[in-house]
Design a protein around this ligand. Structure first.
Ligand code: ATP
Ligand code: MG
Length: 476
């Protein structure tokens, strides 16, 4: 039962019914009584006018016309009774009655006639006589010793009122029925669309993103369906990305693990000579390093996805950071025969997280050393441009094809023929970290020159003060 009352259809119909019922109720209460009083008053006024004119007509007569009541009935259309008045106590004696032979007991002591006799002025109103109601007008005549009473049934007026009353009630009933049907019909259409959206929401909640959400209406429900559809495509996209991420991550983790398992088996061989054993151990160490790096990269990405990675906002001297990078990668560069240099850097101070900025710098320098042929020169520099602090890593490698440049920043993406150094996650992490610090990573590449730039918001305020502070605090 309560479920029926909770349905939109029932509520809408009830609301419509209520509005119409109230409107019709007001019409009924306003129209019927005013119509009734108008019709009744009109008849009373007519009788009053007729009585007054009769009084004027007979005012000069000295003898009472024996057919007075009869003649007056013909001209007014009402029953006319002529009373003679007696004082003390005031009593009315019927003299003539246009009803003829019937006795006039029903109008004996008529209220208005008596009052007209007593006051000497005309009186009017309605009286109840048996089952009917009558309009009456009474005037004193012949030196106020007689009273002329005009009386007419109000049956016609009341039946007109009852007719209108019935019509209004009938129309009200019909209007309420139509409202009920319209309310239910309209609500049914809406409820069907809402239920379709509900089913779509449940499908999406259940992880099924294949079926599009569609509603052709251009109203709010149509807008809601469009919003649902946007949500569905976004979730479907995220779901695909998640699956792909898990698949790629497992694949990347499996490769070094297989290789480790293989080496372990080989190490079991007792006839293995010392140099070979050391070579195996070295390879195993490399695989473990690779696994560790992969695990920490994956952890970073998961934190980035979950929005759980927070970054500090502190002033960082990018020139100092570039110098440290060159120092840190010096041995690796020499091992690969690369010429790693620090270019002239100005006092670019960024407002960012120092550790994360360093992480991005490492990713870029490592790429420049790993993905270029041996002996390729690599340069690192820091400067200020358009209100941003920039850290640039430039190499003179073969360059990156234009159509691949955007893909480079996707997770697990590696160019064909690239050394399988890591998981292809470096640049993806670099870009997301930079965005987290309100910065970005840009790439400009052509044959013989590739530049990756990390742009970070420049620190507000006096940079030279920062440099002085750094210099003062630095060990000499
Ligand atoms: N300086 C560069 N010159 C040429 N190619 C580059 C350069 N830097 C990156 N790339 C290409 O972009 C790909 C993606 O780089 P990214 O740093 O994301 O992954 P990766 O270096 O392969 O692995 P990871 O950094 O996770 O260890 C690289 O595999 C390489 O093909
Ligand atoms: Mg890399």
């Amino acid at each position: 039962m309560t479920r029926v009352f909770r349905s939109v259809g029932t509520r809408l119909s009830l609301a419509l019914l209520l509005v119409i019922a109230v409107a019709l109720g007001i019409v009924y209460l306003e129209v019927v009584p005013s119509l009734e009083s108008r019709l009744v008053n009109t008849r009373i006024a007519q009788l009053e006018t007729a009585a007054a004119s009769l009084r004027r007509t007979i005012s000069n007569e000295t003898v009472i016309d024996p057919d007075l009541a009869e003649t007056a009935r013909a001209s007014t259309g009402a029953r006319v009774v002529l009373f003679e008045g007696v004082d003390n106590p005031p009593t009315l004696l019927p003299q003539q009655d246009s009803l003829g032979g019937q006795n006039s007991s029903d109008v004996e002591n008529d209220r208005f006639a008596l009052r007209a006799l007593e006051t000497g002025r005309s009186q009017h109103g309605t009286v109840q006589g048996g089952k009917d109601r009558y309009a009456e007008a009474a005037v004193p005549v012949f030196g106020d010793t007689y009273v002329l009473l005009l009386r007419d049934s109000l049956q016609n007026q009341y039946s007109s009122v009852h007719l209108v009353q019935r019509r209004v009630l009938f129309s009200a009933g019909a209007a309420l029925l139509i409202a009920l049907l319209l309310g239910y019909g309209g609500a049914w259409v809406f409820a069907r669309r809402i239920r379709r959206l509900e089913r779509a929401a449940e499908r999406i909640a259940g992880g099924r993103f294949d079926e599009p959400v569609h509603d052709s209406g251009g109203d709010e429900l149509g807008d809601l369906a469009a919003a649902f559809e946007r949500m569905r495509t976004r979730l479907a996209h995220l779901d695909d990305a998640r699956r792909e991420f898990v698949a790629n991550a497992s694949h990347e983790l499996r490769t070094p693990l297989f290789s480790l398992a293989g080496f372990l088996e080989l190490l079991d061989d007792e006839e293995l000579d010392e140099p070979t054993r050391n070579e195996f151990l070295e390879s195993m160490r490399e695989q473990v390093t690779r696994l560790t790096k992969l695990a920490s990269d994956l952890l970073d990405l998961t934190r980035l996805d979950a929005g759980r990675l927070t970054v500090a906002r502190e002033p960082i001297d990018l020139a100092g950071l570039a110098e440290e990078l060159v120092e840190e990668f010096g041995p690796a560069a020499r091992a690969g025969g690369h010429d790693l240099e620090l270019d002239e850097s100005d006092g670019a101070v960024a407002e960012a997280d120092e550790l994360r900025t360093f992480q991005i710098g490492r990713i870029l320098v490592e790429n420049a050393l790993l993905h270029t042929p041996p002996e390729t020169p690599v340069r690192v520099r820091a400067f200020r441009r358009d209100g941003m602090a920039v850290l640039e890593v430039e190499d003179e490698g073969g360059g990156i094809p234009e159509e691949r440049q955007e893909q480079l920043f996707e997770r697990f993406f590696r160019l064909d023929g690239t050394r399988a150094s890591g998981g292809g996650l470096g640049l993806a992490i670099a870009r997301e970290l930079a965005q987290l610090m309100q910065g970005r990573v840009e790439l400009e590449s052509g044959p013989g020159r590739t530049v990756f730039s990390l742009l970070l918001p420049a620190a507000q305020g006096d940079e030279s003060a920062f440099s002085r502070q750094k210099t003062a605090g630095a060990p000499t």
